[in-house]
Ligand binder design. Structure first.
Ligand code: URA
Length: 231
């Protein structure tokens, strides 16, 4: 796979610790994905959502970002509420849920032990993040879920994180893009109420206002705001 691609190969050798972990889980759970998790959603989307890394029993099992783990329930529900998704999210890659003008990726594509990638692993994976951003011709907004995703996006775009600090609800203008930040929608953050569903929705409302209503969806958000079912 050329390095200019946004998609690491199934046996990407870049991070020895992650390769070893991947091989261990391939042995243990033969039916799981156990490989780098590709971005989900159309490359011509206006919004890119950047998570941290696949969860062991979520994206690493199912092969689709945030699918099958706790964080996915809040993320996909909110995506749909703001008109960036269609269908019913059912925590399976074959649930038929589609993203509308949005794409989801991770700063690190392979599952790390304990959900904690090292600085070196984040840096090794950054060319894939940079290539993912580059291959999106209509990209206008990026949503970083957590500081690690934020810093990796800033570096991928050639900026210095100290010049563009992370902050929940903050928006930075970076290169040609608006970079929105949220605390990560992890189980820990939601259980401790560091991130509430209302706080998360407020960030999506900002993004929706920034991007405007998609022409074909102009009734969706209005119906949702009035509590109606748009489908
Ligand atoms: N699942 C993902 O794909 N990414 C995260 O950051 C968390 C869970």
């Amino acid at each position: 796979m050329p390095l200019s691609s946004g998609k690491p190969g199934r046996d990407c050798p870049s991070c020895p610790r992650l390769v070893e972990f991947r091989l261990r889980w391939r042995e243990r759970e033969r039916g799981w994905h156990n490989a780098p998790v590709a971005s989900f959603g159309p490359p011509d989307a206006g919004l890119l959502i950047v998570g941290l890394a696949p969860g062991l029993q979520g994206a690493n099992r199912t092969g689709r970002p945030f699918t099958g783990d706790y964080a996915g329930d809040l993320l996909y529900g909110t995506i749909k509420e703001f008109g960036f998704g269609r269908g019913d999210y059912a925590a399976r890659p074959d649930d038929g849920f589609t993203l509308v003008d949005a794409r989801i990726t991770n700063a690190v594509r392979c599952v790390p032990p304990e959900n904690k990638p090292t600085g070196g692993e984040i840096a090794n994976c950054r060319p894939f993040l940079a290539a993912t951003i580059k291959e999106m011709p209509r990209l206008r907004a990026i949503l970083a879920l957590g500081r690690i995703a934020h810093d990796s996006v800033v570096c991928a775009l050639g900026g210095r994180p100290s010049a563009f600090p992370f902050g929940h609800g903050r928006r930075n203008a970076l290169s040609a893009f608006a970079l929105f930040d949220s605390y990560h929608c992890s189980r820990y953050n939601t259980n401790t109420r560091r991130l509430t569903p209302e706080m998360f929705k407020a960030v999506f409302a900002e993004i929706r206002a920034y991007l405007g209503e998609p022409a074909s969806q102009s009734t969706t958000s209005a119906a949702l705001r009035s509590g109606g079912n748009s489908e």
